[in-house]
Design a protein around this ligand. Structure first.
Ligand SMILES: [Fe+2]
Length: 219
């Protein structure tokens, strides 16, 4: 008979975790800036409130250059630096390569997608009505979905999707490769969020170079 004590001493390694950072901007910024941001978006699209059911709209992709976004962009930059420090990344020169507003009417959803050619992506939530306050993140390991036996309880170790709740003023940052989607807006109000991408400023110039030294010439 083998004693079962040996089973108590097992190690479990959590390898290559996928990290999503969730922050809440200071109330003062949320209360003051979100109405100004909505106004700025309405300047771009005056028909925003008349958006049809199940329809959605996206602004141009240089929204970060609008002055109404200044404080939020400053917070995004600070949060991105915190992420780079957390990951011990040696390059801190990262910049916004695109930033746009998403406006979802009642019933509108957003299909699963990722944000290629960037390192970090994120969302800042401007107006999140009840019933439209979630985002779904999907397992980025394509092979993991090949066998999905039934589970007795969904946990972080066996799920293929994680739902994150958000509210006005929430800021999310995540790896740009991470697939995500948004369920249909289950409220009668529009849902307004700002998406953005961040990439290392000198990627082609410095970071893409070969990581090895060429061999010395013969002789
Ligand atoms: Fe996205």
């Amino acid at each position: 008979m083998i004693e079962e004590d040996w089973l108590q001493n097992s190690d479990v390694y959590s390898l290559f975790p996928t990290l999503v950072w969730k922050l809440q901007l200071p109330t003062k910024i949320v209360v003051n800036q979100n109405p100004a941001i909505i106004k700025a978006i309405k300047k771009i699209n005056p028909d925003l409130d008349d958006i049809k059911a199940a329809a959605s709209w996206q602004s141009h992709q240089s929204l970060h250059e609008e002055t109404e976004l200044d404080q939020v962009m400053f917070c995004i930059s600070s949060a991105a630096q915190k992420v780079l420090r957390f990951l011990n990344i040696g390059v801190t020169n990262i910049e916004v390569t695109g930033c746009w507003a998403n406006v979802c009417g009642a019933g509108a959803s957003h299909r699963m997608h990722s944000h290629p050619n960037n390192y970090l992506s994120g969302v800042y939530y401007v107006r999140v009505p009840p019933g439209a306050n979630t985002i779904n993140f999907h397992d980025p390991r394509p092979q993991a979905s090949i066998i999905r036996p039934p589970v007795t309880q969904l946990t972080g170790q066996n799920t293929d999707q994680v739902v994150v709740e958000v509210t006005d003023g929430t800021l999310l940052l995540f790896p740009s490769y991470l697939l995500h989607s948004v369920d249909p807006n289950d409220s009668s109000e529009v849902r307004i969020s700002i998406s953005f991408n961040l990439m290392f400023s000198q990627f082609a110039e410095k970071l893409s170079k070969p990581l090895w030294e060429p061999p010395p010439p013969d002789g």
